[in-house]
Design a protein around this ligand. Structure first.
Ligand code: GLV
Ligand code: MG
Length: 346
């Protein structure tokens, strides 16, 4: 059998030495952009049917950003939209209220019987540990059984508390319903007492400065004033990616609040993609296009990956391609790229 004739999945079998942990049997449909809408806002709700097919996930938000007075209207609006809309290839998700809020039980007991057959994933905010996932898992099991639902609703946790980050591995493994995790940079910043006032993204104060001018001249003077932002979220994203990979579920960036700064948004999304995230949130339609572009492997990268797969024959040993050494490990990276491209094209 050659590397090319094997499906990428063959390399992920537990017996393949050093193969990436297999993804769980979770929906393989891509979800590069999770687009948030407020179901209590009639203007936003009216746009939902037109967005079907243009985005991988539409998420009816019930939690933060929805005023306390509108919680019920948002819940009812989501039920109405879900019942009236054919979502076709687009997944329908919701973000329920936090588990310590007065609204969450009503969210679950209303949504599951009414639209449980249409809901692919429930996003749970401010998850602190496995116990939070167990709680949601048990309630969902009861409500699904009562409603006669055959397909289990999956669970996605937001990583947005210091305790949640400390418990990230157990959160990922807490239930077979776990679909993935998102970074929640705004709540996480507050919980960690970071000195920021933003929703995601970098910060001009978190920087490195270029080397000072050389003693032998002024040529470097301008350059010495140059500063470069570092990534505030690198540690958390890396931890999240490792925990998700270990449990075979999907990691996502989260919200990027400065809608006007499409360059910084793209930079954050691209860093997350390169580190292993499969998608992100979208808070405005213009972020959907950015996410779809960034979280799809480029034509060049996929073509290169296919060349490596072809050159690697039975998948063992080493070959030289364009002056670079490729071996079993670079082949596995290439197979991840090819597999993602095939999932997105399916
Ligand atoms: C998202 O919920 C965040 O807090 O960033
Ligand atoms: Mg939050």
């Amino acid at each position: 059998m050659t590397a090319a004739s094997r499906s990428p999945k063959d390399f992920f079998r537990p017996l393949a030495v050093g193969a990436p942990t297999p993804l769980r049997e979770i929906p393989a449909r891509p979800s590069r952009a999770i687009h948030f809408f407020d179901p209590s806002n009639p203007k936003m709700a009216a746009k939902v049917p037109d967005m079907v097919g243009t985005v991988d996930v539409l998420l009816g938000n019930l939690e933060d950003a929805i005023k306390a007075d509108n919680k019920e209207a948002a819940r009812e609006g989501l039920v109405r939209i879900a019942q009236e809309t054919d979502f076709g290839p687009t997944q329908l998700w919701t973000r329920i209220n936090a588990l310590d809020s007065p609204w969450v039980l009503d969210d679950l007991t209303t949504l599951v019987p009414a639209i449980g057959d249409k809901l692919d994933v429930i996003m749970v905010p401010k998850v602190q540990g496995a116990e939070d996932i167990h709680y949601v898992d048990r309630i969902l099991a009861q409500l699904e059984a009562k409603a006669g639902l055959e397909k289990p609703i999956l669970v996605h946790a937001i990583l947005e508390t210091a305790r949640g980050v400390a418990n990230v591995e157990e959160i990922c493994g807490a239930s077979p319903r776990m679909q993935g995790l998102s970074l929640g940079p705004a709540d996480l910043a507050a919980d960690r007492r970071m000195k920021t006032t933003r929703v995601g993204g970098g910060h001009p104060g978190y920087l490195v400065r270029e080397d000072p001018p050389r003693l032998d001249g002024v040529a470097n003077l301008e350059a010495s004033r140059a500063t470069y932002q570092q990534d505030l979220w690198h540690y958390t994203i890396a931890r999240m990616v490792d925990a998700c990979a270990m449990h075979g579920i999907y990691p996502y960036y989260g919200p990027f609040g400065d809608i006007s700064d499409t360059t910084a948004c793209e930079d954050q999304f691209r860093n997350a993609f390169l580190l292993g995230c499969v998608g992100t949130w979208s808070l405005h339609p213009k972020q959907i296009a950015i996410a779809n572009r960034v979280f799809s492997p480029s034509v060049e990268d996929v073509a290169h990956a296919r060349r490596v797969v072809a050159a690697m024959g039975d998948g063992t040993g080493a070959v030289m391609l364009d002056g670079k050494m490729e071996d079993d490990a670079s082949l596995k990276q290439c197979l991840v790229m090819v597999e993602l491209a095939e999932q997105l094209a399916a």
